[in-house]
Design a binder for this molecule. Structure first.
Ligand SMILES: Cc1cc2nc3c(=O)[nH]c(=O)nc-3n(C[C@H](O)[C@H](O)[C@H](O)COP(=O)(O)OP(=O)(O)OC[C@H]3O[C@@H](n4cnc5c(N)ncnc54)[C@H](O)[C@@H]3O)c2cc1C
Length: 447
């Protein structure tokens, strides 16, 4: 049995490491327990040719002030996502290119989508900060996002919103509650802030890779305070302390922070069981995604003034972005198999996924895309310690009945993880917010 620490932190993703780093700065003793043999969780390094890429989260945006602050504090820098040139949109079998933010689609569809997005923004921005208390909560949480989309005039507008939802949630519009969807938009500020590049969530990349954020935090927390390959099996608490068990040992703390996506907390045995929190967690499945980066001799698409960006209603691969590095003349494209496609391809072989991905890229960018010189992927759906990605989704009825238990401590147990954030939930920024909130909660208990 280890000596008692002030705080035991479960999970060395950005949320758990932020909590550990901040508590250590405040003079508390911490022990972080991490299931994997690495830190970073849903951020991860991937090697392709001789370079490093992000196989997990990669982008940051200017309104994500918490993660931007942390990047600066850790002496990391960002560079802009390449988006100059023509973007591609494939709809009903027709591929068209456009510059700027308005895709080349029938005007009626564009007007209808614009009206729908404005309405979504109005609804999201007028939502109570605790959405389960909103007077419209019951009406909004008994329907899926898809149910609402069905009321949007024109087929193409409906399909555009579905594509955006798939890209944002790696889930289908028919899987998520409309109230949860609005809360997510509320947390980001607007639909556009989630979906766009410039000024929005996909604006910048971290030089050298976002996976470095967790590593630098871990360096500051100290190796001796982080136990890797230590999946937590049980958490027991009494009136004076918390006892956390892994296969290799037992850890005692005055308090504990569980910094996991809610879904993963259900595989831990709690005594006593925080029933409401676990009921919430059982209603928050993860999305499905494989992320892949494909390398070419040159960024050939840039020669024909293409941005390397594409969305499609036909799938399976997309959205696609340019993933080139500032100091490398080779070409790289990054994209995702998401939602239904993410699930369909999760059980396929890497070779089958690669084939489907390269075929999609040929459809978008022409025959030159047929000959990649390198490929790397991460199938998050099949990963035991994420059980899907990008984030935990809420099915109808969850926010209304269980939303209030997202952050409410259960005795000495406090809850972090990007899913528990009020702003930018699902993103790095939300993970950092949750780590900082739990630091404040724990600090106030010591007073
Ligand atoms: C492909 C992909 C692309 C993404 N793109 C972006 C992006 O561009 N920008 C952005 O902001 N966000 C992005 N995200 C989301 C972002 O990565 C996450 O929001 C964020 O990293 C979550 O951090 P977290 O600490 O809350 O959770 P996690 O990173 O999931 O950390 C939880 C940790 O707990 C560990 N764990 C699980 N169970 C146990 C257990 N029983 N005992 C001990 N440890 C356990 C896990 O191994 C993990 O390390 C992306 C995610 C993915 C997968």
């Amino acid at each position: 049995m280890e000596e008692q620490k002030d705080v035991i932190i479960i999970g060395a993703g950005l949320a758990g490491l932020t909590a550990a780093y901040e508590l250590k700065k405040a003079g508390r003793s911490v022990q972080v327990l991490e299931a994997r043999d690495r830190v970073g969780g849903r951020t991860m390094e991937g090697k392709l040719l001789d370079r490093s890429f992000d196989l997990g989260g990669q982008w940051v945006g200017p309104t994500q002030t918490r993660i931007m602050g942390m990047i600066k504090e850790l002496d990391l820098t960002t560079f802009p996502q390449h988006s100059e040139g023509y973007q591609l949109v494939e709809m009903h079998g027709k591929l068209s290119k456009y510059k700027g933010v308005i895709p080349k689609l029938p005007i009626l569809a564009l007007l209808s989508a614009d009206r729908a997005i404005k309405k979504i923004n109005r609804l999201a921005q007028s939502l109570a900060s605790e959405p389960w208390k909103d007077k419209r909560a019951e009406a909004l949480d008994t329907i899926t996002a898809e149910h609402w989309i069905q009321g949007v005039p024109t087929k193409i507008a409906r399909e555009m919103i579905r594509i955006a939802i798939r890209a944002i949630f790696s889930g289908e519009s028919s899987e998520i509650s409309f109230l949860y969807f609005l809360n997510y938009i509320q947390g980001a500020g607007s639909f556009e802030l989630l979906a766009d590049v410039e000024g929005a969530a996909q604006q910048d990349r971290v030089l050298g890779g976002a996976f470095q954020i967790a590593r630098r935090m871990a360096d500051r927390v100290g190796d001796e305070n982080i136990s890797l390959s230590s999946p937590v099996r049980s958490i027991e608490q009494n009136e004076s302390e918390v006892l956390v068990r892994t296969d290799g040992g037992e850890y005692r703390g005055k308090y504990c922070i569980v910094a996991l996506s809610p879904n993963l907390t259900t595989s831990i045995h709690f005594s006593p069981a925080p029933l409401e929190r676990l009921s919430l967690a059982r209603r928050m499945p993860m999305g499905s995604v494989t992320k892949a980066i494909v390398a070419y001799d040159t960024p050939f698409w840039r020669r024909s003034d293409m941005a390397g960006m594409a969305i499609s209603d036909a799938g399976p691969f997309g959205p696609v972005f340019d993933a080139c590095l500032p100091d490398d003349s080779r070409g790289y494209l990054v994209g995702f198999l998401e939602g239904e496609e993410g699930r369909r391809y999760a059980m396929a072989t890497e070779q089958e996924r690669k084939q489907a991905i390269v075929q999609t890229l040929v459809r978008f960018f022409g025959p030159q895309a047929a000959n990649p010189i390198g490929y790397v992927e991460k199938n998050w759906t099949m990963d035991e310690w994420s059980a899907g990605c990008y984030t935990g989704l809420m099915i109808p009825g969850t926010m209304l009945h269980y939303g209030k238990y997202l952050r409410e401590p259960a005795g000495r147990i406090h809850w972090a993880g990007t899913e528990t954030a009020e702003r930018w939930m699902g993103y790095f920024d939300g993970a950092v917010e949750s780590g900082q909130r739990t630091r404040d909660e724990i600090q106030s208990r010591f007073q």
